[in-house]
Design a protein around this ligand. Structure first.
Ligand code: HAM
Length: 422
C-alpha cells in the first residue's frame, strides 16, 4: 500500500496514547542505565556505509540484504541498521584515555529493510549500551545483569536469557573448521541456504530454522569442543558471576547471533509471549577495527517495539502508562477576557500546570473544545469575573462549579492535581 498519508511500509507513527508508554519506558530505562554508570551518547542516524560493512561482517544478512544505502556527494552513506558500530566509530575518533572504561547508552531509531511482519519493522527503535572497559567475564555478566534489570523495570522480569560463547576471536577459524568437518558427511541434506553458509559463515547453520537442518545440528558436538581451554573457562566465569549477581540464564550451545563482530560471551533474551519474532534483546562481547583502532567492548540492544508488543500481549502496558497531566482549559468571554487569559495561562504554566485555550469563539464552542481535549477543569472568565478578580472553575467530570479568587488559582489547582481527589 502506498499512499500520501501512509508512512513507508514497515515504519510507524507512534501517537498518543501509546507514545505515553514509550516515554515512560525511555524514562525508566535512563534511570536504570544511569544507576550502572552509563552516559548517553547520540550518534547520527546517517553514517558512512563502511562503518557497518566492515564491522558487522560482509556475509551477514544485515549487510548483504537489509541496509538502506544511498549515495550523496560521491560518498556511500546508509541509515544505521544498529547502534554498536556507530558508537565504536565515535570511540575510534577519541584517544585511548577517553575511551578506556567508557560506558555509553543510546535510545533511537534503526533501519533494516526486512520483510515486515509482526514484531519486525523497517524502522524500529533500540535501547542499547556499549561498555569499553578492559575485557573481563565480570563486565560481561554485569552488563547482562543491567539488561535483565532494565527489562524488569518495564515489567518483563520473566523473560528467558540464553547464553553462549563464540570463543576468542583468534580461535574462531578453528571453530568454523571443526563445525565444517562435523557437518561435511551430511552437507548434501542441508537446506540451500545452509549449503551456502557452510562456506561463507558456517556458524549460521547452527540457528537455521529448517527442520532437517535442525535435526542434523542437534547431533553435532557443541562448538565449545573446538575452542581453547581459555575460551571455555571465560564462559564458565561469566556463568559464575551471573550466579553471584542473581541472574538466571540457560546455556544454549546453538545460540550464535546474527552479527560477526562478537567474540566470547553472547546472549539473547526472549519472551514466550511474542510468537516467531520473540527475541526482545541481544548482546555480547565484541571486537572491531575502525579508523585504524581495534576496539573491544560489551553491550546489548533491546528492541523497543518488541517490548511494547510483549507488554501488550501480556496486558501489562497499563501498569507503565502514566496518564497525561491534568489539563486546565481557559475559557474567555469577550476580547478582554481572552487577552487576560493569555497572561493567566502563562502564570499557571509557570506554576507547573498544563493549560490550553481556544483562540476565541462562543462560550459553547470553547466549552466543546475543552470537553474534546479531555480537560479536567474549565476556567471561565467574562467581564464580571475580570472586574471582581475571580474566575469560575468548572470540574469537567463532576460538573460542579465554584468561584475562586484569581490569585489563589495556581495554589488551589496545584494542590488538586497533586492530591488524590480532583
Ligand atoms: P540485534 O540482535 O541485531 O543486535 O538487535 C537487537 C534487538 O533489536 C533484537 O533483539 C530485536 O529486539 C530488535 N530488532 C532487530 N531487528 C528488528 C526489526 N527489524 N524490527 C524490530 N525489532 C528489531 C544488535 O543490533 C546489536 N547491536 C546489539 C549489541 C549491542 N551487541 C553488542 N552491543
Amino acid at each position: 500500500m502506498s499512499s500520501a498519508n501512509q508512512p513507508v511500509q514497515g515504519m510507524s507513527d507512534i501517537a498518543a496514547p501509546e507514545v505515553h508508554l514509550w516515554q515512560r519506558m525511555e524514562q525508566l530505562a535512563r534511570d536504570v542505565m544511569v544507576r550502572y554508570g552509563f552516559e548517553e551518547l547520540r550518534t547520527p542516524v546517517v553514517e558512512f556505509e563502511a562503518v557497518f560493512t566492515r564491522s558487522l561482517g560482509e556475509t551477514t544478512d544485515v549487510v548483504q540484504k537489509e541496509m538502506y544505502v544511498f549515495e550523496k556527494g560521491g560518498r556511500r552513506l546508509c541509515l544505521r541498521p544498529e547502534g554498536t558500530a556507530g558508537v565504536m566509530r565515535y570511540a575510534a575518533g577519541l584517544g585511548a584515555a577517553e575511551t578506556d572504561g567508557a560506558r555509553w547508552y543510546y535510545i533511537g531509531p534503526m533501519f533494516r529493510s526486512e520483510r515486515p511482519q509482526a514484531g519486525r519493522k523497517r524502522q524500529f527503535h533500540q535501547c542499547g549500551v556499549e561498555c569499553l572497559e578492559p575485557p573481563s567475564p565480570l563486565v560481561d555478566a554485569e552488563i547482562l545483569a543491567l539488561q535483565v534489570d532494565l527489562l524488569r523495570a518495564w515489567g518483563l522480569g520473566d523473560c528467558e536469557v540464553r547464553l553462549n560463547t563464540r570463543g576468542e576471536s583468534g580461535g574462531q577459524a578453528q571453530v568454523a573448521e571443526g563445525l565444517r568437518a562435523a557437518l561435511a558427511p551430511r552437507a548434501a541434506e542441508l537446506c540451500e541456504d545452509c549449503r551456502r553458509r557452510m562456506a561463507a559463515n558456517v556458524l549460521r547453520v547452527l540457528d537455521c530454522k529448517n527442520e532437517t537442518c535442525r535435526a542434523i545440528v542437534a547431533e553435532l558436538p557443541p562448538s565449545t569442543d573446538f575452542m581453547s581451554e581459555a575460551s571455555r573457562a571465560y564462559l564458565q566465569q561469566v556463568a559464575e558471576h551471573l550466579d553471584a549477581l542473581g541472574v538466571s540464564y540457560r546455556l544454549d550451545p546453538l545460540l550464535v547471533r546474527g552479527l560477526d563482530y562478537y567474540e566470547h560471551t553472547v546472549w539473547e533474551i526472549a519472551s514466550t509471549a511474542l510468537g516467531a519474532q520473540n527475541a526482545v534483546a541481544g548482546g555480547g562481547r565484541y571486537r572491531m577495527r575502525l579508523g585504524g583502532r581495534e576496539l573491544v567492548g560489551t553491550g546489548f540492544a533491546i528492541g523497543l517495539e518488541r517490548v511494547v508488543g510483549v507488554l501488550q500481549a501480556l496486558g501489562r502496558e497499563n501498569a507503565l502508562q502514566t496518564p497525561p497531566p491534568k489539563l486546565v482549559w481557559l475559557v474567555g468571554l469577550g476580547d478582554e477576557a481572552l487577552r487576560q487569559n493569555l497572561a493567566l495561562m502563562q502564570q499557571l504554566r509557570a506554576a507547573g500546570i498544563a493549560c490550553r485555550m481556544a483562540s476565541g469563539g462562543s462560550m459553547k464552542s470553547q466549552m466543546r473544545a475543552a470537553n474534546k481535549s479531555g480537560a479536567a477543569w474549565a476556567l471561565i472568565r467574562g467581564d464580571d469575573e475580570l472586574a471582581q478578580g475571580v474566575a469560575a472553575l468548572k470540574d469537567m467530570v463532576a460538573g460542579t462549579q465554584e468561584t475562586l479568587p484569581v490569585d489563589q488559582l495556581a495554589t488551589v489547582l496545584a494542590a488538586r492535581i497533586a492530591g488524590p481527589a480532583s
